[in-house]
Design a protein around this ligand. Structure first.
Ligand SMILES: Cc1cc2nc3c(=O)[nH]c(=O)nc-3n(C[C@H](O)[C@H](O)[C@H](O)COP(=O)(O)O)c2cc1C
Length: 376
């Protein structure tokens, strides 16, 4: 039996095609909001933070969520924008730094949907936008999107994708997960519209399909479009978009047909079975049902799954590597193509290089400082 390091060298650390390019290995940095871009502009420190992860050996970086040019797109303080001269110049610099270190990078294009509340940047008077109106204490906090709102968001996503290609990114990821806008339309829990954007699965996929088609129409033919989706919602980890493999196929096939190249199945623990009767996780089911490359993610290198408590200083994970042999098993069986790592990379920029070398002992632990600052 080969050692774990040899097994990962033969799988995780093999190149993979991405559009016209090659990723040097299968490791992806998961998108992570860092709230360190005042006025929506990525700073020099942000550029160095991403560069360090490229220097540390990550094949593909997915940036933190970056909001498109629509008044309700952002939900949090100091998140980078993806429009306007200064923000795009900041991103262009990020791309140059990552490329100089031999990495590839794509932005995660984001609209937070019904999670936004008035009082948030950039225009505090703007409420949330979602499939349905949401009232809190008798006041409208989320506006039900009209057809004109939907068209404006489709256009804003397309513009962002075309700008991404212009400033040199290697593709884009559309954020369709975690209870943000696209997921709000996909999931019946937040979408009971009675028009052509609600009701059947086909209707619930219509808005994301329009976005993907609009994006495809403005970028080069081989410019990779990644779509991130999740069963879980940030306010309900047990929620489900699809209860059966058949339903999953009905959600994802129209997105694939519209032009998605890679699916990013967001799960909190990569080893968990998705549907009864099989050990396969959400990424593996997606790969088999849709026949597209997939990214898996969830608790790699850490002993505890992602939770919102961790942002409030509770329930911190610690490093552990027990599940890496389970990861190697699944990679050997081609159960997924790419592997995203999130929190473990916040405190240890050299995570990829150290795992490749089998140097587990010096991998730095997850810490509250690493969550609060940009470790470079
Ligand atoms: C600080 C932090 C910020 C995050 N921000 C985003 C985000 O902007 N977009 C997104 O899709 N997921 C986001 N996530 C989820 C991660 O991409 C990832 O799916 C999750 O952390 C699980 O991976 P891990 O167990 O390797 O950390 C965030 C996670 C963390 C810890």
């Amino acid at each position: 039996m080969n050692s774990l390091t040899e097994r990962l060298a033969a799988t995780l650390f093999q190149a993979f095609p991405f559009g016209q390019q090659q990723l040097r290995n299968r490791l992806v940095m998961a998108p992570m909001t860092r709230n360190q871009s005042p006025n929506g502009i990525p700073t020099e420190e942000v550029a160095q933070y991403y560069r360090r992860r490229a220097e540390g050996g990550i094949g593909l970086i997915i940036t933190e969520g970056t909001y498109i040019n629509h008044p309700g797109a952002n939900g949090y303080p100091q998140v980078p924008a993806f429009y306007g001269e200064k923000a795009l110049a900041g991103w262009e610099h990020v791309v140059k730094e990552v490329h100089a270190a031999g990495g590839k990078i794509i932005p995660q294009l984001w609209h937070v949907g019904l999670i936004r509340r008035a009082g948030t940047e950039p225009d505090p008077s703007v409420p949330g936008y979602g499939p349905m109106e949401v009232l809190e204490e008798g006041k409208v906090v989320v506006k039900a999107m009209s057809k004109a709102d939907i068209d404006a968001v489709v256009e804003a996503f397309a513009k962002a994708a075309s700008d991404a290609e212009k400033v040199g990114f290697d593709g884009i990821e559309l954020h369709g997960a975690h209870e943000y806008l696209l997921d709000n339309f996909l999931w019946e829990g937040t979408n009971q519209r009675t028009d052509e954007y609600g009701g059947s699965i086909e209707n619930r996929t219509r808005f994301p399909v329009e976005i993907i088609k609009a994006v495809r129409s403005v970028v080069s033919k081989d410019f990779p479009v990644v779509f991130r989706f999740s069963q879980w919602k940030q306010r309900d980890y047990n929620a489900r978009l699809a209860n059966t493999p058949e339903e999953l196929k009905r959600v994802l096939q129209p997105l694939a047909d519209a032009g998605v190249d890679v699916f990013h199945a967001s799960t909190r623990r990569f080893w968990e079975a998705e549907f009864a009767g099989s050990e396969d996780n959400l990424a593996t089911w997606t790969q088999r049902l849709i026949n597209k490359p997939v990214i898996t993610v969830g608790s790699i290198g850490l002993d505890r799954a992602f939770s919102l408590e961790q942002f409030q200083g509770r329930d911190y994970p610690t490093v552990q590597f027990d599940q890496l042999s389970a990861l190697a098993d699944r990679l050997e069986q081609h159960k997924f193509d790419l592997v995203a790592v999130g929190r473990a990379l916040l405190s240890e920029p050299d995570w990829a290089a150290k795992v490749r070398a089998g140097d587990y002992k010096t991998i730095k632990n997850f810490s509250s400082e690493a969550l609060a600052t940009l470790v470079v």
